[in-house]
Write a protein that binds this ligand. Structure first.
Ligand SMILES: [Zn+2]
Ligand SMILES: [Zn+2]
Length: 225
């Protein structure tokens, strides 16, 4: 791979990707190789490097929970800054609101890939503004650590994760027992890995306060806030 990608190059790649994605959705025929070759000529990179970049863009779409182009299997070895830049470009070109999940999630993935992680300190008082999904000052190490600790099983009901994600990981969600929106900390003493059913129940269930108490009894790492 050659040197640093400029914003212009990345933008051209994302634009071409979005065009192909839309052609695919509309059943319009296109030849990927021609598109790479055109980009390669324009920017003086190899076709292969554009193909690989396209797979990184697929990976960003997968982290956003969206469809990618068939035949462009997500490739996750992309730095979190570049991944975040791709996410911003997608939002800009599609004229959508930026969900801002990608930088955080790529950091979670790379911490998990390290294989072992010492207990992270987390963030005692995360800002509450973006608490619904991913607050920008959450610590990706906390999520990575919790997921590794759970090793594919819901910490509430003990079931295996209900499915495997597109990048081969068991799907579990990280929940904060004292919600971030209520001033809870983003730390391993306040977070648990849950299957989607238990997660919904923890938010909406009739017996949610019982369920929450049972988590404190079951997991000694947790501390009531
Ligand atoms: Zn569960
Ligand atoms: Zn939750």
């Amino acid at each position: 791979m050659s040197a640093h990608w400029t914003r212009e190059e990345l933008k051209a790649a994302v634009e071409a990707y979005i065009q192909m994605r839309s052609n695919q959705a509309n059943g319009i025929h296109f030849v990927k190789k021609h598109i790479y070759s055109e980009l390669a000529n324009r920017f003086g990179r190899t076709e292969k490097s554009f193909e690989f970049r396209m797979q990184n863009i697929s990976y960003v779409y997968s982290l956003m929970g969206r469809e990618w182009i068939y035949g462009l299997k997500p490739a996750k070895n992309v730095g979190s800054k570049i991944a975040a830049e791709i996410e911003r470009l997608i939002a800009e070109i599609e004229r959508q609101n930026l969900s801002n999940v990608v930088e955080f999630e790529t950091q979670v993935v790379s911490y998990k890939a390290e294989g072992s992680l010492s207990k992270p300190g987390g963030v005692k008082e995360p800002r509450k503004t973006h608490s619904q999904v991913t607050s920008s000052d959450r610590d990706p190490k906390v999520k990575a650590w919790i997921l590794m600790e759970a090793s594919g099983k819901c910490e509430c009901c003990g079931s295996e994760a209900p499915f495997t994600t597109s990048d081969g990981e068991p799907f579990l969600e990280v929940h904060h027992l004292r919600h971030l929106a209520d001033g809870g900390s983003d730390t391993i003493t306040n977070a648990v890995a849950l299957c989607p059913n238990c997660h919904r129940e923890m938010h909406y269930g009739m017996n949610k306060s019982e369920l929450k108490k049972s988590m404190y009894r079951k997991l000694s790492r947790l501390e009531q806030e």
